[in-house]
Write a protein that binds this ligand. Structure first.
Ligand code: SAH
Length: 215
């Protein structure tokens, strides 16, 4: 299927970028990539009108595509550089992975819901966004591909998984919303060395939960 990115979509995207800028996103590279990646490709076609509102939206299986402001905020905290090797936990629609890919990162992403993983894999390959997608449990990370420069968790974690801290390079960053059901605190953990981590807090957000390991 050919996906169309019309002037109308681009106009709506420009307004979205203005609105997230007003909400405090200052990183020019982040604003640029939000302008570049057509968010409407990641929603089912009957919901196109919602694609450029600054709101989360249902993508099926009880999951959501994160609010654009939240995507921009987490991306800004990651301080993405070209060539960064980044692991995302919670592929969902693939929008966040695509944002990181278009910024020049080497992106690996894990999704726990198999039909969603398959759907997003087909979409990203159609868009020719070369993101490496995995079906599995994000709590385990990807030991075979570690270490990573950055790790981004896009679902609410009850605690910071030790496995993910282990899979960071020294100097690497982990961005993760931590907390219980309705509200989580955005944390950025910097790995100074194997036993030394620095944590900064960045306010409250609300994510769908990171599903516990069923195995
Ligand atoms: N980054 C996504 C938003 C995802 S919402 C986007 O841009 O659209 C969170 C996603 O995390 C959901 O798709 C959910 O199924 C997935 N998820 C939940 N628990 C998980 C786990 N343990 N491992 C991997 N993915 C998980």
């Amino acid at each position: 299927m050919k996906r169309e990115d019309s002037y109308r979509h681009q106009g709506l995207r420009r307004k979205l970028v203005e609105s997230i800028k007003q909400k405090g996103i200052t990183d020019e590279a982040v604003l640029k990539v939000i302008m570049e990646v057509p968010r409407h490709f990641f929603l089912d076609s009957s919901f196109l009108e919602y694609a450029y509102q600054d709101k989360p939206f249902s993508i099926g299986w009880g999951q959501t595509i994160s609010q654009p402001y939240t995507v921009a905020f987490q991306t800004q905290l990651l301080e993405v550089k070209k060539g960064d090797k980044i692991l995302e936990i919670g592929t969902g629609s693939g929008y966040q992975s695509s944002i990181l890919y278009v910024m020049g990162a080497k992106v690996f992403s894990i999704e726990r819901i198999r039909p969603l993983y398959l759907k997003t894999k087909a979409l990203l390959s159609e868009l020719n966004y070369q993101v490496r997608l995995f079906y599995g449990d994000g709590y385990k990370g990807l030991p075979a591909y570690a270490p990573f420069d950055k790790i981004l968790v896009t679902a609410a974690a009850p605690h910071i998984p030790e496995t993910l801290k282990k899979q960071l390079k020294p100097g690497g960053l982990l961005v993760i919303p931590v907390g219980e059901k309705n509200i989580q605190e955005m944390l950025r953990v910097k790995k100074i060395s194997d036993n030394d981590f620095e944590t900064q807090k960045f306010g409250d957000f609300s994510f769908v939960p990171l599903l516990e390991d069923k195995s």
